[in-house]
Design a protein around this ligand. Structure first.
Ligand code: AMP
Length: 113
């Protein structure tokens, strides 16, 4: 399988605006932001989509949530943000390497489009 776009970013083969990194994850700014703050929280392990994850991914999945909260706190987002995971092309997924979108800085409508 060819390397995913996000794996290339993790491996520094493609540049990105990296705002956080640890052993299990990396956080970058989305290249086409849909809100004043739009981050992607990405596991270093390549899981194509959430529905491909299994019990062995429990730690990393929980970790991504905790990183989202930590980064939101560091950026002083006033405890106001939305986390989105697009699962599958029909749900809007375009990069098949699991990632959480963190959106903040504007009002966010419900239901999402
Ligand atoms: P999704 O459509 O849920 O798979 O989200 C993929 C996201 O990756 C989109 O919001 C894109 O704007 C973003 N994206 C694509 N290429 C890059 C890149 N090189 N650096 C940062 N974000 C990217």
């Amino acid at each position: 399988m060819s390397e995913t776009l996000f794996k290339k970013i993790i491996n520094r083969e493609i540049s990105a605006d990296i705002i956080y990194e640890d052993d299990l994850s990396i956080v970058i700014k989305d290249i086409h932001p849909q809100a004043p703050t739009h981050l992607l929280i990405i596991p270093k392990k390549v899981i194509p989509k959430l529905s491909d994850s299994s019990i062995e991914d429990q730690e990393v999945l929980g970790h991504l949530m905790l990183v989202a909260g930590k980064v939101a706190e560091q950026l002083s987002l006033d405890n106001t943000f939305r986390i989105v995971i697009n699962n599958g092309a029909k749900a809007g997924q375009s990069v098949f390497h699991l990632h959480l979108h963190l959106l903040s800085g504007r009002s966010l409508n419900w239901p999402p489009g």
